[in-house]
Design a protein around this ligand. Structure first.
Ligand code: FES
Ligand code: FES
Length: 159
């Protein structure tokens, strides 16, 4: 079947099998290997991407379900400069092996779009579908908190 997707702001058309998973299209066809595969069963979150701005797990999403949608992967998040969430993860040492990091960042971006000033509890709740095998959760929450503060400063909102 033919599908049309915008991936990281670039339009694409693909011929895919109905069973093709979005993560396989991204990694194998588009070579966007920043989207990782950990569990393949929607539990670890390392395959998280944004579909029309909302975080989804691409390991359990068919490519056909993204037809006519805009997909953002970790590679497309930086626009000229790193996204504030990416900067905060680096500054707060919120990554160790880095395997979970792209998914953590994409889920965090989704959270901050919906809730620009989350509490630590809200951050932890939003990231409960993302697992870090290095158990770096304290620094991950600190990074999301710092990113929220930086993004609020950018738009001139009170911190
Ligand atoms: Fe998709 Fe684990 S690989 S949730
Ligand atoms: Fe290693 Fe999270 S940094 S899995």
């Amino acid at each position: 079947m033919k599908i049309d997707l915008t991936i990281n702001q670039t339009p694409h058309s693909f011929e895919v099998e109905p069973r093709t998973l979005l993560v396989d299209l991204l990694r194998d066809t588009c070579h966007l290997t920043g989207t990782h595969v950990g569990c393949d069963t929607s539990q670890c979150g390392c395959c998280t991407v944004l579909k029309d701005g909302v975080s989804i797990k691409s390991c359990t999403t068919l490519a056909a379900q993204a037809d006519s949608c805009a997909i953002t992967t970790i590679e497309g998040l930086a626009q000229g400069e790193l996204h504030p969430v990416q900067v905060a993860f680096a500054q707060c040492h919120a990554l160790q092996c880095g395997f979970c990091t792209p998914g953590m960042i994409m889920s965090s971006v989704d959270l901050l779009q919906k809730n620009p000033n989350p509490s630590d509890e809200e951050i932890m709740e939003a990231l409960e579908g993302n697992l870090c095998r290095c158990t770096g959760y304290v620094n991950i929450v600190a990074a999301v908190r710092q990113a929220a503060q930086q993004m609020q400063k950018r738009v001139g909102a009170p911190s």
